[in-house]
Write a protein that binds this ligand. Structure first.
Ligand code: CP
Length: 318
C-alpha cells in the first residue's frame, strides 16, 4: 500500500476512529487512498480479501441502522473476520445492564474491534476507557459519523479526484446531524469549501466555528456548488417535533431539491447519506436521476469501512 500523497515519511498511527476531529488531513487522504484498493476488490468475481481472518469484531448497535450496520458487517466478512452482532433491543440492556458492564462482558470473549452506534454523544470515547479493543464510531448522537463522511469524500473523489477547492453544499437539518459535523470537519481539513443551507430553526452556531459558511437560499447554494448533499430532518432528535419549522410541506417547497433545479443548474451532483424521505429533502425523481450518486455512496461505504478496519487492525504495518 502506498504512502499518503506527497509524504514519503507518513505512517498511519491511529488506534481508534472516534471522529474526524482526531484525524489529520494526511490520515483522511490515506484512508481514502487505501479504500480505492478495497473498492477494486468489491468488483472482483470473488470480492474477498482475508486480511482480518485472525480478528474478532463486535458490531454494538444501540440505535437502528440499515446502511452502516450491514456495510460494516459485509466489510468484516469480505475480510474474513469473525463477526458478532449486538442489538440493544434483543440484549440484556433491556433488563437494565449498563453499557460499561455490557462492553466489559463482550470484551471478555476476546474481541479485537468494536463498531459502536449509540444515541449519546461521546459513547465511543467512553468505550476506549472500558476495554482495550479498537473502537470505531458508527454514529454517536448528533456528534460524529466519521465513516459516513469518509465514504462521502470517497464518492466525491470519484467525480472530482482533487477534493481541494471543491464546493460542497450540505442542505437540510444541520442542527441534529452527525453527518454534517463529520463532513464539515473532514472536508475542511482536505481543503474543500463547505456551505450549509437550511431553515434558521435547524441551523446551529457550530457550523461557522468549524469553517462552513451559512446560506438560507437554496437556489443560490445550488448555483454555487459542485456537490449538493441533502440531509434528512431528524424528527427523532427534534424536541417539540414539527414546531421547529413551519411544516414538512413548506420545508420541501423552500429547501427540497427538485427536477427544475437539475435543469436550471446543470453541474452539481446529488448525494444523500440515507435514509431518504422522498418528497421532503428532494423529489423522488431527483433521487432516481442520473445526477444522484446515492447508491454509489452505499457501495463505497463497504470499501471505505474495509479500509478503516484494515488500517486500525495494523494491516499496513505487517
Ligand atoms: N447513513 C446512515 O448512517 O444510514 P443508517 O442509519 O441506515 O446506517
Amino acid at each position: 500500500m502506498s504512502d499518503a500523497p506527497g509524504k514519503t515519511e507518513y505512517s498511519f498511527s491511529q488506534k481508534h476512529l472516534l471522529g474526524l476531529a482526531d484525524y489529520s488531513a494526511d490520515d483522511i487522504l490515506y484512508v481514502l487512498e487505501q479504500a480505492k484498493t478495497f473498492r477494486e476488490v468489491l468488483d472482483r468475481p470473488v470480492p474477498k480479501i482475508p486480511t482480518l481472518r485472525d480478528k474478532t469484531i463486535v458490531n454494538l448497535f444501540y440505535e437502528n441502522s440499515t446502511r452502516t450496520r450491514l456495510s460494516f458487517e459485509l466489510a468484516q466478512k469480505r475480510m474474513g473476520a469473525d463477526v458478532v452482532n449486538f442489538s440493544a433491543g434483543t440484549s440484556s440492556a433491556k433488563k437494565g445492564e449498563s453499557l460499561k458492564d455490557t462492553i466489559r462482558n463482550i470484551s471478555s470473549m476476546k474481541i479485537d474491534m468494536v463498531v459502536s452506534r449509540h444515541e449519546s454523544p461521546g459513547v465511543p470515547h467512553f468505550l476506549t476507557r472500558c476495554v482495550e479493543a479498537a473502537i470505531i464510531n458508527a454514529g454517536d448522537g448528533a456528534h460524529e459519523h466519521p465513516t459516513q463522511a469518509l465514504l462521502d469524500m470517497f464518492t466525491i473523489q470519484q467525480i472530482h479526484p482533487e477534493l481541494k477547492g471543491k464546493k460542497v453544499a450540505i442542505i437540510g437539518d444541520i442542527s441534529h446531524s452527525r453527518v454534517v459535523r463529520s463532513n464539515i470537519i473532514g472536508l475542511k481539513k482536505v481543503g474543500a469549501d463547505v456551505v450549509v443551507c437550511g431553515p434558521k430553526s435547524l441551523m446551529p452556531r457550530f457550523t461557522e466555528s468549524l469553517g462552513a459558511s451559512v446560506s438560507y437560499n437554496l437556489e443560490e447554494t445550488l448555483a454555487w456548488c459542485d456537490i449538493a448533499m441533502a440531509l434528512r430532518i431528524q424528527m427523532e432528535r427534534i424536541k417539540g417535533g414539527t414546531d421547529l419549522f413551519p411544516s414538512v410541506r413548506e420545508y420541501h417547497e423552500t429547501f427540497g431539491i427538485k427536477m427544475e433545479h437539475l435543469e436550471k443548474f446543470p453541474d452539481f451532483m446529488v448525494m444523500h447519506p440515507g435514509p431518504i424521505n422522498r418528497g421532503v429533502e428532494m423529489e423522488s425523481e431527483v433521487a432516481d436521476s442520473e445526477r444522484a450518486v446515492i447508491l454509489n455512496q452505499v457501495t463505497n461505504g463497504v470499501a471505505v469501512r474495509m479500509a478503516v478496519l484494515y488500517l486500525l487492525s495494523g494491516g499496513d504495518r505487517t
